[in-house]
Design a protein around this ligand. Structure first.
Ligand code: HEM
Length: 396
């Protein structure tokens, strides 16, 4: 068996490959693409915690980061401490559970607006008409991005992550979209310095961080643009995939959906199961900083290694009957938001958006079906989810 994160066939159903890896190659090596992979829960978890050995500096997807882009817009997700921690501290106060809880009325109002139009048509495209615009409006409002630019930005973000079948080469359209995004963020910073608003971007203009020699300094425009690019992409992409995955899974499990409609207080736990069962972000790539041994084989310093959280959360060593989708499952720990120092900064926000979205969707569409034959999958290197999920209301 082969693990090729760029294979479109693999994107359809990666789970048989993960099962094989856990059983037969718990340390896997792919000579064509020159990377290693860990797939068992305990292994992925312990590697995620050990940032000294498993560095994020060369990127967190299999494709290494483009150093030109990274120098233009440095992002904390591609950094190790101490710089990572300094940057993270600057924005973490905006994403605490308390600050996020205050957004609930705004998120609910957005859901109601989006669902009104779907209700009027008896259904539509769950992703492009609901799961994509919802996080787009939320994160861009928090950042302070003008409304009229948001649709274009989201299109560029999606395109920047698209990958062609079977190759790690980044397609020209993705590179062009990334360049458009960078240009946009720098222009926006210029505009906002002249006409500030109350978004997070403007708050970063005055923020200060420690330098290596202990002094304090303002962020560069590149660092602020890096935050825009990271928060924009992370805030949009994954929530869209989580919601689309939830719609398809609840269509496949109508009895679970009925239970959630009758007892919506069960929705948060059901969403954790969706995250465990089909994680929107399937792996975190790292670069090994020193020789490490796994299962009798040495992984040499400098090697790339994939920490397959999506395989880990189906590991029977950690979850009973892991291939069963069970909305009542108690999940003490899953790795779908990562773990350790890079644990998802937006986890509270993602959970809020997803819970409110599902509560409102349940009120609008207590019975629905997805046309699975017409669903269109997203093809990105570590994303599991859909670009299109057509659905309609049903009477039974
Ligand atoms: C269901 C939705 C989401 C999923 C599954 C998800 C998943 C993840 C994962 C797996 C990581 C760890 C990456 C690594 O270790 O290399 C991460 C990091 C991150 N996420 Fe999320 N995420 C979601 C939503 C969000 C949202 C809404 C935001 C918006 C603020 C966000 C912002 C971030 C940021 C800034 C990081 C980097 C943190 C750091 O480097 O310290 N995410 N996310």
């Amino acid at each position: 068996m082969e693990l090729n994160p760029f294979s479109y066939e693999f994107h359809e159903n990666p789970y048989p490959v993960y099962a094989w890896l856990r059983e037969h190659a718990p340390l896997y090596y792919n000579p064509q693409l020159d990377f290693y992979a860990l797939s068992r829960f305990q292994d992925v978890w312990s590697a995620l915690l050990d940032w000294r050995t498993y560095s994020s500096r060369e990127g967190v997807t299999l494709e290494r980061i483009d150093t030109t882009l990274f120098e233009a817009t440095p992002m904390m997700i591609f950094m190790d401490p101490p710089k990572h921690d300094r940057l993270r501290r600057l924005v973490s106060s905006a994403f605490t559970p308390r600050r996020i809880a205050a957004l609930e009325p705004f998120v609910r109002e957005l859901c109601e607006k989006l669902l009104a139009s779907l209700r009027a048509h008896g259904g539509g495209d769950f992703v492009s008409e609901f799961a994509a615009p919802l996080p787009r409006e939320v994160i861009f409002t928090l950042l302070g991005v003008p409304s009229e630019d948001r649709v274009q930005l989201r299109e560029w973000m999606d395109r920047a992550l698209e990958r062609d079948p079977d190759t790690p080469a980044i397609p020209a359209r993705a590179i062009e979209a990334s360049m458009n995004l960078i240009r946009y963020w720098f222009q926006l910073l210029d505009t906002l310095r002249r006409r500030p608003n109350d978004g997070l971007i403007c708050a970063l203009f005055d923020a200060e961080i420690d330098t290596d020699d202990g002094a304090r300094t303002r962020l560069t425009d590149g660092e602020i643009a890096g935050f825009c690019a990271l928060l924009g992409a992370a805030g949009n992409e994954t929530v869209t995939r989580l919601l689309g995955n939830a719609a398809v899974l609840f269509h496949r499990h109508p009895e679970a959906w009925q239970l959630l409609c009758q007892e919506p207080q069960r929705i948060p736990r059901a969403l954790e199961e969706v995250l465990r069962y089909w994680p929107p972000s399937q792996y975190q790539a790292r670069t090994v900083t020193t020789d490490v041994e796994w299962y009798g084989t040495t992984v040499p310093a400098g090697a790339r290694i994939l920490l397959l959280n999506a395989a880990a959360t189906r590991d029977p060593r950690a979850f009973a009957d892991p291939d069963r989708f069970d909305i009542e499952r108690q999940i003490p720990l899953h790795l779908s938001f990562g773990y350790g120092i890079h644990f998802c900064l937006g986890a509270s926000l993602a959970r809020l958006e997803a819970r409110v979205a599902m509560e409102e969707f349940a009120r609008s569409f207590p019975r629905f079906e997805v046309d699975e034959a017409q669903c269109v999958r997203a093809h990105m290197s570590n994303v599991h989810g859909f670009d299109h999920v057509p659905f309609r209301a049903t009477s039974r």
